[in-house]
Design a protein around this ligand. Structure first.
Ligand code: 3AM
Length: 190
């Protein structure tokens, strides 16, 4: 049985991506920046639910349920906001705006996957973040988070949710990043 590695995400629109790109480029000049693995700009996303490897036979049901989850959720405002880190391993920018709706959409995406037969990992509290850089070893990411802390993006209206396929690097080249492609997407609301 073949399977796809999938996650459900909100993708920021191009103007928001460009604002963030300008802010993040200043971080690349900080000491130690070259030892971090920076995520590729076209890959930037807010993960709502990570599904892992999904058997192809589950896809029709998954699509139906994600479409329903999208339809039940009205479009909502969101903006990129500030910075944070997961310990010394990941640096991210956060979100502000209708976070309750973002959380609700994440819960609905999780439930849609579960009910389609995707064995989801135990439920962790959803923490909205867009990963900017990762470190293989414990690293002091505070200077990076502080430098980006005042960042505020322009608000946009989230109008769709995407099911994204993650193609892990197969070349074995160290530092090569996964390729993401939008497998399907659904408009929010009716
Ligand atoms: O959106 P971010 O970058 O935080 O780290 C992976 C990435 O998160 C995460 O899913 C997103 C798209 O790949 N991810 C990868 N494997 C995971 C796992 N086993 C995972 N999240 C939870 N459990």
């Amino acid at each position: 049985m073949s399977s796809l590695r999938l996650f459900v995400a909100v993708l920021p629109p191009e103007p928001a991506v460009q604002e963030l790109r300008r802010a993040v480029s200043a971080l690349h000049a900080l000491p130690g920046a070259d030892r971090l693995r920076w995520t590729a700009v076209p890959n930037w996303h807010f993960t709502l639910a990570f599904l892992g490897n999904v058997d192809e036979e589950l896809l029709p049901e998954l699509h139906t349920r994600l479409a329903r989850a999208a339809r039940r959720t009205e479009p909502f405002p969101l903006r990129l906001h500030g910075a944070g880190r997961f310990g010394g391993r990941a640096l991210w920018t956060g979100a502000a705006g209708a976070l309750d709706t973002l959380r609700l959409l994440a819960e609905r995406a999780d439930a849609a996957a579960r009910r389609s037969g995707v064995p989801m990992d135990e439920h962790r509290r959803y923490s909205p973040h867009l990963t900017l850089a990762r470190s293989r070893t414990e690293t002091d990411l505070r200077p990076f988070a502080e430098a980006l802390g005042g960042f505020e993006g322009t608000s946009w209206q989230v109008g769709e949710v995407a099911l994204v396929r993650s193609n892990l690097p197969v070349s074995g080249v160290s530092g090569e990043r996964p390729r993401y492609e939008v497998h399907a997407s659904w408009a929010l609301g009716r």
